[in-house]
Design a protein around this ligand. Sequence first.
Ligand code: ADP
Ligand code: ZN
Ligand code: ZN
Length: 752
Amino acid sequence: MNRYADIVLPLAQPAYTYAVPDGLDIREGDAVAVQLGFRRIYTGIVWRMHDQRPDFPHIKPILRRLYGHPLVDARQRALWEWMAGYYMCTEGEVMRFALPQLIKPSGDTEEELLQRAYSPRTEAYVALAPDLLHEDCLHETMERLERRAPRQYAALLEIATADGDNRIATSEVPRRLLAADSATLTALRKKGFISIAHRERNVERGTARFQLPILSAAQRQCLDRIRKCFNEGSRTLLLHGITGSGKTEIYMHLMVETLAQENDVLLLVPEIAMTTQLIARLERIFGSRVTAYHSKLPLARRAESYLRLSRCTGGELVVGTRSALFLPLRKLRLIVVDEEHDAGYKQSDSQPRYNARDTAAVMARIYDAHTVLGSATPSLESYANALSGKYALATLAERYGDARLPHVIVSDTLRAVRRNERTAHFNALLLEHIEQALARGEQVMLFQNRRGFAPYVKCRNCGWTPRCPHCNVTLVYHKREERLQCHYCGHTESVPEHCPSCGAGKLLPAGFGTEKVEEELAKCLPQARIERLDRDTATSERACNEIISRFENGQSDILIGTQMITKGFDFARVSLVGILNADNLLLSPDFRAAERAFQLMMQVAGRAGRRDAAGEVIIQTGEPDHPVIRQVAAGDYEAMARTQLSERRLFSYPPYARLIRLTLRHRDREFLYEASAALAKALRGRFGRRAMGPVAPSVDRVRETYITEFLLKIETGASAAHARQVLRETVRTTLNDTAFKSVILSYDVDPQ
Ligand code: ADP
Ligand code: ZN
Ligand code: ZN
């Protein structure tokens, strides 16, 4: 008899054991309501049923079962378990993040729980009364109505012909698709001519036409290779296809095969902005099968999608960001991770700190599915996996159609300065080419990487810069509101009249943000219509779309932007792309700096001249001979990968070692440093030189809390599972079980 059940609750705790009351029919994966502590009632997931009585006296009973079917199937549970083990968190933390908020209500009383419980949106469905399905009967009724009640006649006609094909409609019609008004429908119902039922909303499948694009020879070859690899047993495949080669078209062909067999497809993209564009493209082919899923959807939509999919029998296509991989796709057979190198796949701010790309590869095994990782500039981790044969590899090395690769020009900033050929942030060469492009009626995109170079204010007299009182960072200057803001805690203040440090100087804007670039470019090119796309102007999805569509329609000439403009956009009239300062990409103090710089510059370059004419890319840099600049100019991914991989091997960085970052936080700085010193000693004892730290991160105080970090390097080949276990054990004996237990700890496995 299974009289006990281990229940996972949405907390950073292991599963709790509850008693299964007699007569309660539950299975593993069911959602149940349980009480924790004195009052609080939570939604939990039945993880394991067993008959081992735990050794504590008061075992609480499960209160009741929620929903008519399991919320989490066996494969999802296997996934959660893998994540908890690998990313060093609990299944409960995975649950907290994986299940939409509305379907796991909690409350202080049963009533509260009930109140918060999610009930799906219902919709009215209209159908003809069974009598009227006979043609004679229908005609007779219609004739009578035609003269006496023309509106009812029109409504009945609309319902009877809803199926098309000149036949009487036998199926239900969603109310919202009918033109008839409510009074008319009510009248028809009262006369017994129609029935109206309120039910949970169905997603109409429609008859998808599946009109696929015809592939070019190169694309067909690539698709054949992918099929062959999968047929020969590969689970995960890296699709390395240059920008504009048509990776999306290949995905579509793979998807259609899976959907035709009524299996599910999951397409992941790194950013919400990209889902909108891609969905429009996919809906043209797959119609209403496409479901969007990401964290900016209304809570009810997310809950609805989750519940609907958990009852679906297959044939679903979900497009979403990293959180979509927690959806209950019962027949998942194909996962596509587009732009797999993108750092947006990694969740860094809270547990589970997972990388959706790597998780998707693990899911291929769990789901007996296939995973395609697509990119023009693959992450070195995935590329190394492809080289070693762990992943299969398919390459697509030419652009689709007549599109040619852009011509890359490297413009030496220091030389421009020496020759007096630089105005503000622009070398004369760039300005000249912009003017020429505009004169030809073409458009220009300018890219400014802002990370770490946000605008700030500085005293002209003594060099003092205002900092956040709660965090150890400079405040960012927002010109429009004339205010200073902390990007870590949100603190804002006005710009002081005089420098509080020397009491004399004036505070003037400094730094190198997109806003500044826009202002200065407008001075250089007063007649050009310039727009800017970054986090300050794209305050809402609508604002963002408006800027983009103005550019698309030719209502603006130059678009200046941050990373935001590099992704997925395909503007036909852009012939010139400028990278204003490649140096802050190259010189960032991160072992991935060179890889990132290459990826970003290639992506930016890919925006130039995508249709028939080859575009131009101008890179402004003070380091024109830097190997990465040369590799970008040559479009040589393999050269970049070779150089970087050998450096990574030499210094033991991923993919040749795994990193685990451990972060310690406390409000008392001395106390934190003492705890860190104790942990350092213990870690060194167990891991030797593989344990590095403690270090204070570049922002070492946020919201009055101090921060220190450790980094653990585990060589590939050594058992990572064992290392994690030793790490946990060391942390437990030096921090959790000691006077230092108030220190807050967090793990980040494979940090970005
Ligand atoms: P990638 O994602 O590899 O950068 P896309 O899939 O966006 O490339 O394709 C680039 C452009 O070429 C798009 O405008 C796309 O519609 C077009 N294209 C690619 N392959 C085909 C094809 N087989 N038929 C029609 N258009 C195609
Ligand atoms: Zn001053
Ligand atoms: Zn702050």
